[in-house]
Design a protein around this ligand. Structure first.
Ligand code: HDE
Length: 735
């Protein structure tokens, strides 16, 4: 041992140690690598011919632009030695990673979004001076759909309200229409928002259940706070489990005030009407989708846009005179738990929105987009709705926490397309390099600039509405006390099938509660909506049905509230075509062609992946019996009778006791067919595919089943059925 050596310290490295990986020089540039993509505020690449490469440029660099020769090894004192603190690349990489997550939205954390364009018809030009609503005006938009209760990683198809938030990048500034797929809300006053959300979110002790309303705290609150009754009923209806974001209505919920160039005002409610109609899953389907494809809605939206099946909605307004009492036909327009039936105030279409591009980066766009009810443009103003007023405060406040400071408007997705000339300065994440010395008014040092605008130069001027002399109170108008008449209106407007679904939903949700008092109180609320509804749910819970405690109203049903009984375009509907991979390939080709001709999406399902048929005319398999599940398809078509499955899948004929291979149908195909049938979906069987129906216990003449015949005939029948969404006449509702 030399004098300098520390006793007990490890000796020098043995000379010959194999290193698993040698540092190596940068790889040669790939011919298709370019500089970083430049993206406009709406996410559209601004450069020509941009590729979807993860990174631009040939060489990996640090954040400061220094080229790196290795990113796989930390800098160490020898290959087996300690890591050196001086390794800036290591610290930069890990530190950045440690800070990659931002707080998720306190509500609406789970979402999916798309870019698009809004084209105004001009029909609202007489009631608002908003330039983007003038005839022919085209405005870029970004829309984010969401669930409310679940965390960012929760499943899409839970029973919940859906957010429908639209950012219009107008020439006069950003207008955000931050709505939902349900036209009413749980509460009438923003001060109750923390209460309803605390009740709906997972229980604070175990943090379960995730993204569900079927638990005691939610039902405890909504049965005590009965102004939630109307919204809860919508949640329990099929509106709570949409088939697709593309098939949802959207509502601004609150009453807005529009003002035209002459200063005349009109009260309005905003509606989004989907071109594809309003459609839902059935509850079992939605539950299966939570496990089989938690990203079901997100995938559906992105796939449709990528395939060119651009979803469209018409924006419409219900208009009401701006009277002093702000009532219409006895309905308080400031009460967000009330709708105005379309039969009383028709929805007038004022423009068309088309979503035509997926985001390029989820975090930069979908996660960082920041909506605000107060982002208004000249011609659109708020009302005294106490829920809306509270929202005007909340949205900036939440972005400051979520996006780390007050400069979130500078993020590309949030940037207005109108010129910005504000006097907001500094703060976290400031990216602007402001000039001048006088960010204050009045000033002389910057020449007095900027000047304020007037009505004639496009200023946003609040409508000078009278505020009636009143006493300061914590109270609401007497009309807000009616919590049941519109819930009853909704119930009476439902078809028997929809009522059956609602009854099943309440029975499920209250059945998931443990507290007896909560269940009983739930029934007392239902008795005030409808005795039949109450009786059926009570039966399901095994409890007596109570009597109503309020007089039951007899409102005129509103047909517009029902989703059923009409036909809709079938664009983008997904049809699963089942084949055994050997026989019936002509039928597969025909069926696929017919599906494509109808503007729908064919997915060929075979026992295993790859290509089927001859090399010069192959059929590509998109799903296998192992990866396919009925929830993915709007209809199932059997292109022939699939051959017996391998023993591993237990496809023995039930009648053979000796365990020998039989002619039984693969159980995964049987599950596909029986599940689709149980969920009301169209089922088609070409040629001898009908034998599979028999094995599945599905009658070939059952409603919604098209059996026998050529693929083209079967597909005609299936397409017609899909226009009505589901074969509801397959079931006999008890209500
Ligand atoms: Fe929201 N809401 N909200 N809300 N809301 C948020 O803002 C809030 C309400 C809605 O995709 C938050 O940026 C309060 C009604 C949508 O980014 C937060 C009240 C309606 C989205 C917030 C309401 C909505 C939000 C959370 C009661 C339908 C998602 C993250 C006064 C008309 C937007 C964020 C997106 C998001 C507060 C009530 C719709 C905390 C206090 C009513 C679609 O600011």
């Amino acid at each position: 041992m030399s004098d300098n050596e520390i006793p007990g310290a490890p000796g020098p490295e043995p000379a010959q140690i194999d290193e698993p990986t040698k540092p190596r020089g940068p790889l040669p540039p790939k011919h298709d690598q370019r500089g970083p993509e430049t993206v406009s505020p709406t996410g559209q690449p601004t450069g020509a011919d941009q590729d979807k490469v993860a990174q631009g440029g040939a060489y990996l660099t640090t954040a400061q632009g220094a080229r790196l020769y290795d990113t796989d090894h930390s800098l160490k004192a020898g290959p087996r030695g300690p890591v050196l603190l001086q390794d800036h690349h290591l610290r930069e990489k890990i530190t950045h990673f440690d800070h990659e997550r931002i707080p998720e939205r306190v509500v609406h954390a789970r979402g999916a979004a798309a870019h698009g364009v809004f084209r105004a018809y001009g029909a609202a030009a007489g009631i608002t001076k908003a330039a983007f609503l003038a005839e022919g005006a085209e405005t870029p938009v970004f829309v984010r759909f969401s669930t409310v209760l679940g965390s960012r990683g929760s499943a899409d198809t839970v029973r919940d309200t859906r957010g429908f938030a639209t950012k219009f990048y107008t020439d006069e500034g950003v207008f955000d229409l931050v709505g939902n797929n349900i036209p009413v809300f749980f509460i009438q006053d923003a001060i109750k928002f923390p209460d309803i959300i605390h009740a709906g979110k997972p229980h604070p002790d175990r943090e379960i259940p995730q993204a569900q309303s079927a638990h005691d705290t939610f039902w405890d609150f909504v049965t005590l706070h009965t102004e939630a009754t109307h919204h809860t009923l919508w949640n329990m209806s099929d509106r709570g489990i949409p088939r697709s974001y593309r098939m949802m209505e959207g509502f601004g919920v609150h009453t807005f005030r529009l003002v035209n160039a002459e200063g005349a005002t009109t009260l309005v409610k905003f509606h989004w009407k989907p071109k594809l109609g309003v459609h839902s899953q059935v509850w079992e389907e939605a539950q299966i989708a939570c496990g089989m494809d938690p990203d079901f809605h997100r995938r559906d939206l992105a796939d449709a846009i990528e395939a060119g099946a651009f979803p469209q909605w018409e924006l419409g307004v219900q208009t009401f005179p701006d009277t002093e009492d702000q009532m219409f036909e006895g309905i308080d327009l400031l009460d967000p738990t009330k709708i105005v039936p379309e039969e009383l105030a028709p929805v007038k279409p004022i423009g068309l929105m088309t979503l035509n591009a997926n985001p390029s980066n989820y975090f930069a766009e979908t996660e960082q987009v920041a909506f605000h009810v107060g982002h208004l443009v000249p011609g659109i103003d708020v009302t005294n709705d106490a829920l809306m007023q509270g929202r005007l405060f909340s949205y900036v406040d939440t972005q400051i926490t979520r996006l780390g400071g007050p400069n979130f408007a500078q993020l590309p997705i949030n940037r207005t397309h109108a010129p910005v000339n504000d006097m907001l300065r500094d703060g976290m994440h400031q990216t602007a390099v402001h000039r001048g010395v006088a960010p204050y008014r009045p000033n002389s040092l910057d020449g007095g600039c900027p000047f304020t605008a007037g009505a004639d130069t496009g200023a946003y001027i609040e409508v000078p509405v009278e505020v009636p002399a009143a006493r300061k109170v914590r109270d609401a108008a007497a009309s807000f006390d009616d919590h049941f008449s519109q819930a009853r209106l909704f119930w009476l407007s439902m078809t028997p099938t929809e009522r059956e679904h609602i009854t099943a939903a309440y029975t499920f949700e209250l059945g998931k509660c443990w507290d007896q008092a909560v269940k009983e109180r739930g029934l007392r609320v239902l008795a005030n909506i409808d005795p039949q509804l109450c009786a059926h749910v009570a039966q399901g819970l095994g409890l007596p049905a109570p009597e109503a405690t309020v007089p039951l109203a007899s409102p005129e049903p509103s047909a517009a509230l029902s989703q059923l009984g009409r036909t809709w375009p079938v664009d983008g509907r997904v049809v699963g075509i089942v084949t055994d991979g050997e026989s019936g390939l002509d039928a597969v080709r025909q069926a696929r062609g017919a599906v494509l001709d109808a503007g729908m999406v064919p997915l060929v399902i075979a026992p295993s992946g790859g290509k089927l048929g001859p090399d010069d005319d192959p059929v590509t398999v998109q799903r296998t019996f192992t990866t396919a599940r009925s929830i993915e398809f709007d209809a199932i078509v059997l292109a022939g009778a699939p051959a017996p499955a391998p023993d591993a899948y237990g496809a023995r004929d039930a009648k053979t006791d000796d365990g020998a291979r039989s002619t039984g149908v693969d159980p995964r195909v049987l599950l596909l067919v029986t599940e689709a049938f149980r969920h009301g979906k169209a089922v088609g069987a070409c040629g001898d595919g009908a034998t599979v129906l028999e094995k599945a216990g599905v009658a070939s003449d059952a409603p919604g089943v098209v059996a026998g015949g050529a693929a083209s005939t079967v597909l005609d029948g299936v397409t017609e059925l899909l226009a009505g969404h589901r074969a509801w006449d397959r079931f006999t509702p008890a209500l």
